[in-house]
Design a protein around this ligand. Sequence first.
Ligand SMILES: [Fe+2]
Length: 430
Amino acid sequence: MSTQEPLSPVADQVLVRYDAVRSYTEQLAAPLSPEDQTVQSMPDTSPTKWHRAHVTWFFETFVLAEQEADFVPFQGKYWFLFNSYYEAVGPRYSRPMRGVISRPGSHDVGVYRRHVDDRIRELIGSLDEGSLQKVLPILELGFHHEQQHQELLLMDIKHVLSLNPLQPVYAGAPAEPGTLQELGWVEYAGGLVEIGHDGGGFSFDNELPRHQHWLSPYRLADRLVSNGEWLEFIADGGYRRPEFWLSDGWAQVQAEQWQAPLYWRESDGVWHEHTLHGTVPLDPSLPVCHVSHYEADAFATWAGKRLPTEAEWEHAALLAEATGGTDANLADTRSWHPRAAGTSGPGPRQLFGDCWEWTASAYLPYPGFRPAEGAIGEYNGKFMSSQMVLRGGCALTPPGHTRASYRNFFPPGARWPLTGVRLADGGDPR
Ligand SMILES: [Fe+2]
């Protein structure tokens, strides 16, 4: 079938989705100059233009190279430059050195993107229904992969801009100061519950298999911990008293001289916070963000509470989804920052959006976990060591990219992701 003939409804649908995901990445990069897009501020972050190229490489490698009979890469060396971590695909350029790559520039990355987009459109238009059905799962993975990088692109540029004394603004303006309500608790009876993706719609392999899990009765805070509450923790010597801290956390506090969340700065006795809106006075009603797992855990210990397990969080989120109580502050609000919790309801607020919530759970395979076949099996499974699970999504997460079973993960010392804290109580902490 030539591309001149009308597309099948399935092909049409997938191309609409493809264009939507791909163009959103470019919208996010649009406020950034070529110079902004080139900087790598630390080994954990990547330049904006690298994100734009790497997600393109993903489609080129896992769709075009597999499906085009006479496949030739857009540019042979791009395979080396924009492979992130796939050993099965071949060697790759050093991750901490991504910021020294001045070519291709951000304009040329745009040329690469459009070239691959054209070939993907051509391919989808040319496949018969049976072949298209076979390609759909990897295209779907490519969409979710690009959405993950859309969120990372924003987290990374926030770190880049935080190092600039000119206090640059990415976009928008801060929200009006909110009013903070007393923290309440939501009770869960627990029992034998089911955890993991139920098979309806997309999931990553790490959300499978769905399995039974025992939960003792527990409570979850009905909102995230606030900046105001974090100020109390600081005032009570939170960063100076080792009794609150895990050993590795206390070592990092001392080694890196942590005295407050990553983006807080005290100036003339007034706390300020770096945001994507620039540097603004700290609003005590907003959720605290950009804290490590170590800080989250220390705060919980100081408060006489604990962090929720990922199973406790997922069970609560499933109940909240079932009752429709999920008013999420995701990237479509264009707030680019967590907002103050709204008025109390019967369930917990802010489960989805605002801040990724650290859990007490190590990132491990579920019982019976099997990584996907081939190179794509490297996507999640090989990172199941020395990382903690986070749940829920954040204000930078694209809509459609959250679900109750979604397992994000970062090392416990990471502070540049948009992370926050929800307290738990009762039950069995492990
Ligand atoms: Fe990636």
